[in-house]
Design a protein around this ligand. Structure first.
Ligand code: ARG
Ligand code: ZN
Length: 887
């Protein structure tokens, strides 16, 4: 496929724009018909023609001001994606400043398996337009800077009970020919990516919310039949989010109705269409009896995320897709704050830091590295990354840390004052923040354009003579695949100094007697902090609460880690000391395990104290302890290694560590397990923590096939899905085959809940021994469908976790075939599969080479969508460049 690199700096405003769109959609199978009446306004008086975007459309008619118009060219662009340009010449118009353009076209709804545009999810007709799905509906200025007021008329046969679109309902009713209609109007100008429509039959939950100015907003949730009890939680989340946005950001909802629809076939998590959010039903449907606590937490935060987009995304949107982080980074920051305020701030911070370190840091190191505001891309769809979202949120958080909550809120206010109803850039956002806070953010802006993870090296020298401790922080960002030159960034490092006994010292002063602040802010390469009057060398614990998205490199001894783990007042500091220690066990044992996979695990003298202390705290802070146990897993160890490793050896070491923990702390762990209470279910951090700890402990206690009676007991005692899920996890991961009957029971009990069956399938795939077994599992999974995104995510998740199968010839072959098959129908999902092959630098040969060979075969012998091609090519090219550098 020929390259078609899009560049941020090539942005050109539209010559013509739409101001009003009257859309008439006759939603029928297999083919649907569209009439679009667009009020077009000329913005550039020189211009005499314009181009509309289309994809796989059948054009029927073009009219201007009611007259048939033949001065157009329809161009089919090259490639498998079916992109089209409709170029319309209006030079012969006497009044080209403003005119009405009518387009009539058809598209094949039934054959659209891309889950983009308008498509079928089971029996529901549903749309997904971000980023460029609208062009699969009709020819349009399908870019975010074209803002128009939409009126949507939907017509279907009368088997669909609900016909929904953005905004407020104007009228609806039956037509006498067995058909029905509904007409919706959204008064807020919006880009096409926020358009939505739905036709289907649903279980509906109604409620309302009174806004702070006293307006009554109707709330409606739509899900599959029979799920009423399972959307009550989401409804509570909607109301919680609406209230929180008023309280914390002063932002009030603006339409008369807010609707959320859940569908089974959906590429992404959810979508913030104005007034009509559409969700992957896994992120909408669930209650304590059908989903894990983690899933409920996700439902809560994604509901909030999409709702928050109403202001940060819909009211103020992005000028072009390079600015995606403008809405996503900011909205992720907002949903993180929501979860922090409503559940548990520290644990949320730890989870988010974990996530970014596990995924985003890898992305930075990989051939797919890019800044949060990228400069170039082949396909817009490939922007929905951990960098744009999660690192984007960290950059907003850093800004928040630098200027403080009050100034930040003033900045938000100014941002809305200036840009409400507009499509703007990241630059506009930063400017509003700078102007409102009076803080000079010139240097800070580099975070938007520079990719890569800064490393901060922390070194310390203590002089017993002068009693001065000199601590040096040096930041350096290594060149990334996309960008060679790097500069120092604005950093804020929350730092504590601990005595060797573990006491956190405050009131430290430098040589001039000036107080050393807790937050160290600098934008130079190096920062030196000299601490005066110290009788002994202090332990430096920095980047607490992940105050900047950097990797800290520090020579901390095991003994220091043990001190921090035991005494640090900041839980984040404690957590990462424990994690660092866990990772150090891998380094210590690597060589031995390479030589002998059955080697005896070696640990140093601090192991015993560290884990004894950890478990002593377990009942007091179950959330924390369970989170610590959760990072005890091989994927985590591999991504934290910061060098290429043998993944299979790492898996063995991980197992050996867990076995040792069990053997050494058996009695203590059994005691804790027995004391964990079974409480009446509530959505709060305390309950979450206890159940999470029960889950972690059950797996640990059964690692050597012992304690199987605990598993049976838990299944009987369980009063929520989380506990039942813990049961099947322990049975399958620890191969407790005598208890397989419980797994069967589970499968029967949840036979109607796809998400539960998917979780079961993930566990089984993770432990499958061969591709034949994988295929048998899929054949027997009735919820599985090769066209269903959630099925594919389950499959690839299971395979990625199954290191022993992933790194075999047949395993890799299987994933290759999968990519080829999936990409034909759904280029929204295939890039996600392709990404499994982009992180080969994490692995030593022969594992690395196996992945590279797979990439080479895919690229040389097959053709893919633009989305997949970009990922595969980048991944493969980088390896070639890399080799050249090495030689
Ligand atoms: N805007 C949506 C959200 O983050 C995600 C849309 C995903 N679209 C895509 N093409 N991947 O809330
Ligand atoms: Zn979003």
């Amino acid at each position: 496929m020929t390259k078609r690199t899009l560049k941020r700096l090539d942005y050109k405003p539209l010559d013509f724009t739409a101001t009003q769109v009257d859309l008439q959609l006759n939603l029928d199978l297999p083919v649907s018909r569209v009439q679009s009446k667009i009020k077009v306004k000329r913005l550039n008086t020189e211009a005499t023609s314009f181009v509309l975007d289309g994809q796989k459309l059948n054009l029927l008619a073009v009219k201007i001001n009611g007259q048939d118009w033949s001065a157009y060219v329809l161009e089919d662009l090259e490639g498998v994606d079916g992109f089209q340009n409709l170029k319309i010449d209006v030079s012969s118009l006497s009044e080209p400043q403003e005119f009405t353009l009518e387009i009539e076209n058809e598209f094949n709804l039934e054959e659209n398996l891309s889950m983009s545009g308008i498509y079928l999810s089971d029996k529901v007709i549903v749309s997904q337009c971000e980023a460029q799905g609208f062009r699969r509906i009709t020819f349009y200025f399908d870019r975010p800077d074209c803002l128009a007021v939409f009126t949507t008329y939907l017509e279907t046969n009368d088997s669909y009970e609900y016909l929904l679109a953005n905004g407020n309902l104007l009228e609806s009713g039956s037509l006498n020919n067995g058909r029905k209609f509904a007409k919706w109007h959204d008064p807020f100008p919006k880009p096409s990516y926020l358009f939505a429509c739905v036709a289907g039959n649903f279980e509906v939950l109604d409620d309302y919310f009174i806004t702070k100015s006293g307006r009554k907003v109707k709330l409606r949730l739509f899900a599959e039949y029979g799920r009423l009890e399972q959307i009550r939680f989401a409804m509570e989340a909607v109301k919680r989010a609406m209230k929180w946005d008023e309280d914390r950001f002063g932002l009030e909802y603006d339409l008369d109705i807010f609707m959320v629809v859940g569908v089974a076939y959906f590429n992404a998590g959810a979508m913030e269409n104005k007034g009509l959010n559409i969700f992957n039903d896994e992120l909408l449907v669930g209650c304590k009896d059908t989903v894990t606590d983690d899933s409920l937490f996700s439902i809560d935060s994604v509901i909030a995320h999409e709702y928050f987009h109403n202001w940060t995304g819909d009211r103020v949107t992005c000028r072009d897709w390079f600015q995606l982080t403008l809405k996503e980074g900011l909205t992720v920051f907002r949903d993180q704050e929501y979860s922090s305020d409503t559940v548990n701030r520290t644990m949320k911070r730890i989870d988010d830091a974990e996530e970014i370190q596990a995924y985003q840091f890898n992305e930075d190191k990989s051939p797919l590295s890019h800044p949060i505001r990228p400069d170039e891309v082949e396909s817009q769809d490939n922007f929905y990354t951990s960098t744009v979202y999660e690192k984007g949120a960290e950059v907003i958080r850093l800004l928040h840390t630098l200027i403080g909550e009050e100034k930040f809120q003033q900045g938000m206010k100014l941002y809305f004052e200036r840009h409400d109803g507009k499509a703007v850039t990241c630059e506009d956002f930063v400017e509003a923040m700078a102007d409102a806070s009076g803080y000079n953010l010139d240097h800070f802006r580099l975070w938007y354009s520079q990719s890569g993870t800064p490393e901060v090296k922390v070194t310390s020298e203590y002089d017993p003579q002068t009693k001065v401790q000199k601590v040096t922080f040096v930041q350096e960002t290594a060149p990334t695949f996309d960008q060679q030159e790097k500069q120092p960034l604005t950093l804020a490092l929350k730092t504590h100094f601990l005595t060797p006994e573990g006491q956190t010292l405050t009131n430290l002063v430098d040589l001039q007697g000036k107080a050393i602040p807790e937050l160290l802010v600098f934008e130079t390469k190096e920062l030196v902090v000299e601490i005066a009057n110290q009788e002994q060398e202090l332990i430096v614990v920095t980047n607490l609460d992940f105050s900047s998205p950097v990797r800290v490199i520090q020579q901390t001894t095991s003994s220091q880690l043990a001190t921090v783990a035991a005494h640090c007042q900041n839980l984040y500091g404690k957590y990462f000391a424990l994690k660092e220690y866990y990772n150090s066990i891998f380094r210590l044992n690597e060589e031995n395990f390479v030589r002998n996979s059955q080697a005896q695990l070696e640990v140093d003298e601090h192991f015993a104290t560290i884990y004894k202390n950890l478990f002593a705290l377990a009942l007091e802070d179950a959330s924390f302890t369970s989170a610590v146990l959760r990072f005890h897993n091989v994927s985590n160890a591999i991504t934290s290694a910061n060098k290429a490793v043998n993944p299979l050896v790492y898996a063995q070491i991980d197992k050996a560590i867990k076995t040792k923990l069990y053997q050494d702390y058996k009695v203590q762990l059994e005691g804790i397990y027995a004391q964990l209470p079974f409480r009446t279910w509530e959505y709060n951090s305390l309950h979450f923590g206890e159940r999470a700890l029960r889950d972690q402990l059950l797996s640990l206690l059964t690692i050597s096939q012992e304690n199987q009676e605990l598993v049976e007991q838990l299944y009987t005692q369980a009063s929520c899905y989380n506990d039942k899920h813990a049961v099947i996890k322990a049975i399958i991961n620890n191969d407790l085959s005598a208890l397989d009957y419980l797994v069967d029971k589970f499968a029967l009990e949840y036979q109607d809940t796809a998400s539960c069956l998917d979780e079961l399938l993930t566990l089984r795939l993770k432990n499958a021994k061969s591709v034949a077994q994988v295929e048998a599992l899929l054949a027997n999974a009735k919820q599985f469908s090769i066209t269903k995104p959630n099925s594919l995510y389950t499959l690839i998740r299971g395979l990625r976790l199954n290191l022993n199968l992933f790194f075999t010839k047949e395993g890799i072959e299987y994933i290759k075939e999968l990519i080829i098959k999936v990409d034909k129908n759904n280029p929204g999902v295939s890039p996600y599969l392709c990404r499994s092959f982009a992180n080969y630098d994490l692995y030593l040969d022969p594992f690395r080479q196996m992945v590279i060979d797979a990439l080479e075969d895919l690229i040389t012998n097959h053709t893919f969508s633009r989305n997949a091609t970009e990922i595969l090519n980048k991944a493969f090219e980088a390896q070639k460049n890399n080799c050249q550098v090495r030689e």
